[in-house]
Design a protein around this ligand. Structure first.
Ligand code: TGC
Ligand code: FAD
Length: 392
């Protein structure tokens, strides 16, 4: 891959709105991605492997539990810092950002928000340092957009629960030490359980042959009469609202992350357009290519403003699920459109691993699908503004 010459676009001088802490956190993540992710990520994506050697670096830049209080090992940062870290990591690769999103918002957050003090102390510091890795099991083979239909279930056996069922498409599953699993009890009520690797009957086969998120490990979670200790139930919240509360936090991070992928595609295409000569002039001197680049920076700027305002609302505890849906949907769609246009600016070179664009483009096909599809987020907005649910 070519050297990482990334320069972040900031057309509306958004840096002026960031605090010194935001900039420090953002710059540390940016430097780390340049040094430790960019040089190796193409190779790992090509061989479809998650680069486990970057786990300690992710922990050091605060990517595991950015907003979890320091007493539990988290970085104790605000929501804008969290967003900026996700932006910088996804500038490197969406699969690496996935690992950080899952660890922070889908594993640490439910243990912090719905767990007991014993569970927080037992798991959160190890998860924050990356010594322990987690995954989140909500989606099932027959229940993706509609998780309330899940069939994974547990029964009360007196001194333990017996867990049965299967989860599909689970990021980090092949190497995770623990899984936060959503399952129904005998009354059909959804609860979260912490399942640990090594429990008898629990396996995590890897999903192969992905064309997207190749540097992220994806797998299944299979529960065949797994005995789960009763103290592994998350007691603080039950019902579908419990996993959906985690998704609010992860979707918010994705709204920022997608900007990173878009910025990298735009920056690469802008530089290439200035250097590539055809018909005795740079292709960036033609109106057609300028139109593409001008529209890209316009869309990136709008997405940056949307994410920043959402971050302020999140800091104030006022961001709604529907507002988060709008930002996730808009910003991922923006990023995938920019990746497609940027790839065309590079002509044939755009399809090679010499440049990051094709990898971002393929990664974003997963990002537009997971954490609620593009359609589901539109339906959430429709439901919010009309008061009428069009899901069922
Ligand atoms: P619905 O009737 O709307 O709600 C059921 C209960 O949940 C409550 N609720 C919420 N509570 C907290 N936070 C939220 N955001 C909430 N949204 C809803 C709601 O009040 C209700 O409570 P109660 O007490 O009345 O029972 O549920 P529904 O079945 O109609 O579903 C609505 C819908 C379609 C929006 C929801 O199912 C949905 O979001 N589907 C998409 C599924 C999804 O996003 N899956 C993601 C899986 S995880 C993943 O993809 C990780 S990828 C990670 C990576 O690699 O980065
Ligand atoms: P479906 O729900 O079957 O949807 C298929 C199509 O139908 C979509 O276009 C959808 O928009 C549309 N559709 C569905 N319902 C409606 C409706 N009511 N109206 C109109 N259109 C509709 N899940 C986890 O739990 N944990 C993870 O860590 C995780 N990681 C993932 C990693 C990757 C790489 C991928 C690809 C997925 C991951 N997922 C994970 C699963 C992801 O959340 C689901 O794929 C997603 O929620 C969609 O579910 P589905 O694939 O079953 O599609």
């Amino acid at each position: 891959m070519k050297p990482d010459l990334f320069e972040a676009p900031d057309y509306y001088l958004l840096d002026d709105l960031l605090s010194e802490e935001h900039k420090l956190v953002r710059d540390a993540a940016r430097s780390w991605v340049k040094r430790d992710v960019s040089p190796i990520i193409e190779e790992y994506a090509q061989k479809a492997e998650f680069p486990t050697q970057i786990i300690s670096g992710l922990a050091e830049i605060g990517a595991f539990g950015p907003y979890i209080p320091p007493e539990y090992g988290g970085a104790g940062l605000d929501q804008i810092s969290y967003g900026l870290i996700m932006q910088e990591i996804e500038r490197g690769d969406s699969g690496v950002r996935s690992t950080a999103s899952v660890q922070s918002s889908l594993v640490m957050y439910p243990i912090y928000a719905y767990g007991t003090e014993e569970q927080r102390k037992k798991y959160l510091p190890s998860l924050a340092s990356g010594k322990m890795m987690g995954c989140f099991g909500l989606t099932e083979p027959d229940h993706g957009s509609n998780p309330s239909g899940m069939t994974t279930n547990f029964t009360d056996k007196g001194d333990h629960f017996l867990l049965n069922g299967a989860k599909l498409w689970i990021s980090n599953a092949p190497f995770a030490d623990i899984a936060v699993v959503w399952a129904k009890n005998e009354e059909g009520r959804i609860h979260g359980l912490i399942v640990e690797r090594g429990m008898e009957g629990f396996s995590t086969p890897e999903t192969h042959n992905k064309w997207s998120l190749r540097a992220s490990a994806t797998g299944e979670l299979i529960f065949d009469n797994v005995k789960v200790p009763k103290e592994n139930l998350l007691p603080g919240k039950s019902g579908l609202g419990a996993p959906l509360g985690c998704l609010d936090s992860a979707r918010y991070g994705i709204a920022w992350g997608a900007i990173g992928a878009a910025m990298d595609c735009y920056d690469t295409a802008l530089r290439y357009a200035g250097q590539r000569i055809q018909f005795d002039k740079p292709i960036g001197a033609t109106q057609l290519q300028q139109k593409k680049l001008a529209e890209m920076i316009t869309e990136i700027t709008k997405a940056q403003l949307l994410a920043f305002r959402l971050g302020q609302l999140k800091n104030e505890g006022r961001a709604t699920t529907a507002q988060i849906s709008m930002a996730k949907r808009n910003n991922v769609d923006m990023a995938i459109s920019i990746a497609r246009e940027a790839r065309q600016i590079l002509g044939g070179m755009g399809i090679t691993g010499e440049y990051p664009i094709m990898r971002h483009m393929m990664n974003l096909e997963s990002v537009i699908t997971y954490e609620g599809t593009h359609d589901i987020h539109l339906l959430i907005t429709g439901w919010d503004i009309t008061g009428i649910s069009a899901f069922k």
